[in-house]
Design a protein. Structure first.
Lengths: 417, 292
């Protein structure tokens, strides 16, 4: 009886039960899918905070660095991100100010709680910024601060993404000259250099090695950055007709030196310029393409590079920003390589936390666009730059032999005028 | 000895260009008692104009002078009307320093936005050419620049000495009150005088752009050099400015060739300091009245 009543009641309520049941099923289905939508350690975006000089004195190179970081983020995200995490770059402008850069990294780390940070542009800004990162135990992978003051801090969290400290950029030219048979080496040298921490020390390093090897210094002098006219200085530098001119230059002064040498009708057997002459577009446009032949310079990357991922990088760069390979600023390449290093750490360790990055990068070599990189305890890179020479209108790596695409051309052909 | 003579040649040629730049500066002071801190900025603006005319239309910078000079004259007249005319006579000289500095910053800002801060240089077909004269190298650009500077200085001299307008300017320089009483419209003379001073910046800008790389901030170094030249020559004296330009050009070049590039840059300021100590009115300056 009771059973009947129960069953009648059951049947009367069956539609309700069915609706509730269906709802429960839907809910359970929903709840079953919920964990997939909840952020977990593996799917949460990897936020990298970067302060860059997008305005102010360093606006142009700062923008080039931004291009490199953004291109890397796009490329790695297209591949599924770093350990499955999409990379999100949080880039803030520091106005090229060493004060603002400190505020920016402080905010990125403490307020925005970014997962990682990358470095700003220039040694001037890297020094204070790296101290902030060090205070919060953040790894400081940076591609544009390689001056002596950066390494003098002896920070354990910093890694400079270039083949060597900037002041050793010209050592590869000394290596090449001193590897020549004694009879073929230059006998006399002149060292006209810009009074700049990234120019004069490069020439001074070469001078010390040349003098130790018996190459006589006939001129050594520095000129201030605001010198508009280098012709009188070059007049003095060539007075003793040096075989080799080693110029610690940046960019403008390199073009001015070349112009002065052409106008003074003096052609040394070797001409090395630390910077300026390594610009694939600016140098020929400023001094005339025909006058570039035989000029040496050095750098960390050139469009003809065969280093890891170079061809893919160029392709991706042109697809995103247009232009051609010769228009790529090295600051973009170095920033991209900073991202590559992070990817390599993640691939090797399966982690991307700051402690892992710091402990991992202090050993081993890391294959990037800039060749194989490695660092000592204070983040100073242990590799060497490439010696390049203008040959038939192109910058060609000529030394060391392992990466040379052509033999060095010496003596230098005469100026085209 | 060869190096020294080479240094003197370079100095004379460069000094000629400084002379032209400084003549405009000193003319403005002579006529209006205005220390024009914007002269360097107008030289750089003219260099940019020459750069644009060369890269966009293929007009040689030395030919472009024919276009930029009237343009800068117009800008000078309008600039005077807008910024300097409203100043009260009694404190015009002091205030003009602030006003013209502000004008320099305004010009710099406009150039920065228009051309960005990348250094530019004007590379003509003869940019690297040099003549070999008696074993000494003479750069074609410097020589042409020097010749154009000299020609324009002669033209300026003729305008000031031989024309009615020039007489009005000289009269205003020597005694503004008497000039006004004799029927000289001093406001117009001041406006045209300022325009003429700025117009010299047009030609100097073309030559400066041929000789040196420049960006919007280059006017700071330039104005400090120009002030040294003008003070040495004597404020208000065009002849003094010409001679001072050549002297400082030669001293600076010879210092770089024989001594040190750092001291070469210092020569401008050493000269300035010595003049202020020994003869504050400069070589040809007069304490009370102008000396055009």
């Amino acid at each position: 009886m009771n059973n009947n009543r129960l069953s009648k009641r059951w049947f009367k309520r069956a539609p309700l039960v069915a609706v509730v049941g269906a709802a429960l099923v839907v809910l359970s289905a929903c709840s079953a899918s919920t964990p997939k939508a909840t952020p977990t350690a593996s799917t949460k975006a990897l936020v990298i905070g970067i302060s860059l000089s997008l305005t102010g004195d360093f606006a142009d190179p700062g923008t080039a660095v931004k291009k490199g970081y953004e291109l890397w983020a796009d490329t790695v995200n297209a591949k599924g991100g770093v350990l499955g995490r999409q990379v999100v770059l949080k880039i803030v402008d520091d106005l090229s100010s060493p004060t603002q850069v400190v505020t920016n990294y402080q905010n990125l780390i403490t307020r925005d709680k970014v997962d990682l940070v990358f470095g700003p542009f220039s040694s001037l800004l890297t020094v204070p910024a790296s101290q902030v990162a060090d205070r919060y135990k953040y790894a400081f992978i940076e591609s544009a601060g390689g001056g002596p003051k950066v390494f003098a801090q002896k920070l354990g969290n910093l890694f400079f993404i270039q083949p060597g400290p900037i002041v050793k950029q010209g050592d590869v030219f000394a290596d090449y000259i001193l590897a020549l048979p004694a009879a073929q080496r230059p006998k006399t040298a002149a060292y006209p250099s810009l009074d700049d921490p990234f120019a004069q020390p490069i020439a001074a390093n070469i001078q010390a090695r040349f003098e130790a090897a018996g190459i006589k210094t006939v001129y050594s002098g520095t000129y201030p950055a605001e010198t508009p006219d280098l012709t009188p200085i070059m007049t003095k530098a060539i007075a003793s007709k040096p075989d080799v001119i080693v110029s610690g230059t940046q960019s403008l002064d390199a073009y001015q030196q070349v112009k002065a040498l052409i106008q003074l009708h003096y052609n040394p057997k070797w001409l090395y310029m630390s910077n300026g002459a390594n610009s694939p577009v600016e140098f020929p446009s400023k001094v005339g393409a025909a006058n570039t032949e035989g000029v040496f310079s050095s750098g960390d990357w050139f469009p003809s590079s065969t280093a890891t991922g170079s061809a893919d990088f160029i392709k991706a760069y042109i697809a995103k920003y247009g232009g051609d390979a010769t228009g790529i600023d090295n600051s973009s390449v170095e920033a991209y390589a900073a991202g590559q290093v992070l990817e390599l750490v993640a691939a090797k360790t399966g982690k991307v936390d700051n402690a892992t990055i710091i402990s991992t990068l202090h050993s081993g070599t890391w294959a990037t666009l800039l060749g194989n990189l490695s660092w000592d305890a204070i983040g100073e890179p242990q590799g060497s730059y490439l010696l390049v020479q203008w040959q038939k209108g192109k910058l060609v790596p000529v030394y060391p032999a392992a990466i040379a695409q052509s033999a060095p051309e010496a003596p230098k052909p005469n100026w085209a005028g | 000895m060869h190096t020294l003579i080479q240094g003197v040649i370079l100095g004379v040629l460069t000094g000629g260009v400084y002379a032209l730049m400084a003549s405009g500066q000193t003319l403005i002071f002579g006529v209006m008692k205005v220390v024009n801190l914007a002269q360097g900025a107008f030289v750089i603006a003219s260099a940019y104009l020459a750069f644009t005319l060369f890269t966009q239309f293929g007009i040689d910078p030395l030919v472009a002078v024919l276009i930029t000079t009237p343009l800068m004259f117009g800008i000078g007249v309008v600039g005077h009307w807008l910024f300097l005319r409203p100043l009260r006579r009694e404190d015009a000289t002091e205030l003009s320093i602030l006003i013209t500095f502000a004008l320099a910053l305004l010009v710099e800002g406009i150039l920065s936005i228009t051309y960005h801060t990348t250094y530019r240089s004007i590379n003509t077909s003869y940019a690297n050419k040099a003549f070999d004269i008696g074993g000494f190298s003479v750069s074609a650009v410097r020589l042409y620049g020097f010749i154009v500077s000299c020609a324009l200085l002669v033209l300026l001299y003729v305008i000031l000495q031989k024309t009615r307008f020039g007489r009005a300017i000289r009269a205003t320089v020597q005694n503004p009150q008497s000039a006004t009483l004799l029927g000289v419209d001093s406001n117009r003379v001041k406006a045209y005088g300022f325009g003429l001073g700025i117009a010299t910046a047009a030609a100097s800008g073309s030559i400066y752009g041929l000789l040196f790389p420049f960006n919007s901030g280059s006017h700071y170094d330039l104005i400090s050099r120009l002030l040294s030249v003008v003070v040495l020559g004597g404020l208000g004296s065009i002849g003094g400015a010409v001679l001072a330009g050549v002297i400082i050009g030669v001293v600076s070049s010879v210092a770089a060739v024989t001594w040190s590039p750092t001291w070469s840059e210092m020569t401008f300021f050493v000269v300035l300091l010595l003049v202020l100590l020994i003869r504050p009115q400069g070589m040809f300056g007069r304490v009370e009245r102008g000396a055009l």
